[in-house]
Design a protein around this ligand. Structure first.
Ligand code: TIU
Length: 230
């Protein structure tokens, strides 16, 4: 098998509610928040009382898609949920919500929780960004709120987005909805996203492709991998 030779070739992925068609040259792979804060013990996800071990199961599938996408020459976007060290971009409502064992900005085993530059805020080694890939630090759950993402995608003439990452019903779904309202066609890879709550993942997938794709498309990664090689 060889990589596709033309980034402008139309590729088709069997998806729900119907085929997802795209060209590599007009599509970005968007990897949401695959950072230690959510996937490893001692981070924000754990501080909220979650079993973080559930999330690491998707890492091999994400690695396969990332490798194939890089080989095809596609644009890659990595996001991190990250706040400035002075928490000036963290609304008190977000910091004070609930009863976490550690709040955003508190010192945890991997550094300050959800703060830029801290060890816990880095993307896991298995999916680490390469030089030249886009890395977006976002203060909200959505990747477009208070970030340069839309501008950067427009500059690259990107109209289609393929989503992976965590958590399905929080930052991934919010980002897909933000993208949908900005005119992007979005595909969620179901074996490359995970939630601390399996029922919420299932519900998010169902509500994304319901009503004729009201939010976007969903598919397994296998047909995408097949489409990326000839
Ligand atoms: N708590 C939870 O499920 N998720 C988040 O707080 N952020 C992301 O989804 N990245």
């Amino acid at each position: 098998m060889t990589a596709i030779s033309h980034r402008s070739q139309t590729l088709t992925v069997a998806a729900q509610p119907f085929d997802f068609c795209f060209e590599v040259c007009n599509t970005a792979l968007v990897i949401i928040d695959m950072q230690r804060d959510f996937i490893e013990p001692g981070g924000f996800g754990a501080s909220l009382g979650n079993d973080v071990s559930l999330l690491s199961a998707i890492v091999p599938a994400c690695q396969s898609v990332l490798a194939a996408w890089r080989h095809a020459g596609g644009v890659v976007v990595h996001t991190r949920e990250a706040h400035a060290a002075d928490l000036s971009d963290c609304p008190p409502a977000k910091r004070n919500r609930g009863q976490p064992t550690l709040r955003i900005g508190d010192a945890g085993p991997m550094g300050r929780i959800l703060v830029s530059g801290e060890h816990g805020n880095q993307i896991i080694d298995a999916l680490a960004p390469l030089d030249g890939e886009i890395v977006i630090d976002k203060p909200g759950k959505g990747a477009f709120y208070a970030t340069t993402l839309h501008t950067r995608l427009q500059q690259l003439h990107i109209s289609h987005l393929i989503f992976m990452g965590v958590t399905t019903e929080v930052c991934v779904q919010t980002s897909m909805r933000e993208a949908n309202d900005r005119g992007y066609d979005g595909l969620l890879l179901v074996d490359c996203t995970e939630s601390y709550f399996p029922q919420f993942k299932a519900a998010t997938i169902a509500m994304t492709h319901a009503q004729g794709g009201i939010v976007g498309w969903t598919a397994a990664s296998a047909p995408l991998l097949s489409a990326l090689v000839v």
